[in-house]
Write a protein that binds this ligand. Structure first.
Ligand SMILES: [Zn+2]
Length: 329
């Protein structure tokens, strides 16, 4: 079909370019309709009532959305917890701040990279330093609208009172959720339900008692769900199973207490049935994550991801929003 002089190098090169182009065009031809069909299916059959923004607004300078939908980042902060969540309605959530209040912390760098200057909902699961210290940075450098807290006072430190005082002085709206509460993190179609907390005044210096106050939240969006349990331990897990049962079922689990032996019990994992288990952990002297917790998670059928081995991890809401999980740079 193409008459070319075989002795002439230029037409040969052209022919190579042409056949390469034909090759890629043929791939494009077959792949694109499949993607479009999947996207359309997602938009019009999976969730007809929910408007999914196709692209972040161009003028959006405060919250950078990597992709529309619900995006969860398990931020690599060393030995401690910090999860950053982009909600479909453009708001954002930070659950815990990790163990470092400095401007060079993993969390501070993550927020700077994403150009985040404002957080709609900050959650302190419980007043331990590996969860609240990074929030000192957040309250000092970013605008915070709502602060979800327990009324548990850690008698071993005054830093938790200082943080709470800071939030109050800044005029941040304070919320003390109770088990069974639904948080108004919609109206983008996200359901946020609380399964555990300590909304009543309490004080303790005991690590386990403080861990067991952990605000536990399940997020559900379209056909995806994830459960954040802070450092809740076995007995609270048992209470949640008894009270909420099958409501606990979630695709992804932020593993309790950095993979401690006293969390992720078999009955709890049987109720949650996580497909993906995210462990926030760094160098530590506690033996976290423990082999016993890892074994129970594996036995429950969960794929395990760890911030100490993989860095910051991302959990997209649905396969059509991108591959999962993506290790951050
Ligand atoms: Zn912890």
């Amino acid at each position: 079909m193409h008459h070319v002089n075989k002795n002439s190098p230029a037409p040969i090169a052209l022919r190579a370019v042409f056949s390469t182009a034909v090759f890629f065009l043929s791939i494009f031809h077959f792949v694109t309709p499949a993607l479009n069909a999947q996207a359309l299916n997602q938009l019009y059959t999976a969730a007809p009532a929910i408007e999914i923004p196709l692209a972040p607004p161009a003028q959006n300078a405060t919250v950078y959305n990597a992709a529309p939908g619900l995006n969860v980042f398990f931020v690599s902060v060393g030995q401690g917890d910090s999860e950053y969540i982009e909600l479909p309605n453009g708001e954002n959530v930070l659950i815990d701040g990790g163990p470092d209040s400095s401007e060079t912390s993993g969390l501070a760098q993550f927020l700077a990279r994403k150009k985040v200057t404002k957080i709609s909902h900050v959650v302190l699961t419980h007043p331990h330093a590996d969860h609240y210290k990074g929030l000192q940075y957040v309250f000092s450098h970013l605008k915070v609208d709502n602060f979800y807290d327990t009324r548990m006072d850690n008698t071993g430190t005054s830093a938790d009172e200082a943080l709470r005082g800071q939030a109050k002085d800044l005029g941040v709206n304070l919320v003390y959720p109770a088990p069974g509460d639904k948080l108004s993190w919609g109206p983008g179609g996200v359901e946020a339900k609380v399964f555990n907390s300590c909304p009543q005044q309490a004080s303790s210096g005991d690590g386990k008692a403080i861990n067991n106050c952990s605000i536990t939240i399940r997020l559900a969006y379209q056909d995806t769900s994830m459960l954040f349990v802070g450092d809740a331990q076995n007995d609270v897990e048992a209470r949640m199973v008894e009270t909420f049962g099958a409501e606990l079922r979630s695709d992804a689990l932020k593993v309790g207490h950095h993979g401690s032996a006293h969390s992720s019990s078999d009955p709890f994992l049987a109720a949650v049935q996580p497909k993906r288990a995210y462990i926030e952990v760094g160098p530590n002297n506690y033996g976290h994550p423990t082999q016993s917790a890892l074994s129970r998670l594996q036995k429950a059928g969960a794929s395990i991801f760890r911030t100490d081995l993989d860095g910051t991890l991302e959990f997209p809401a649905a396969a059509s929003f991108g591959p999962a999980p993506l290790p951050a740079q």
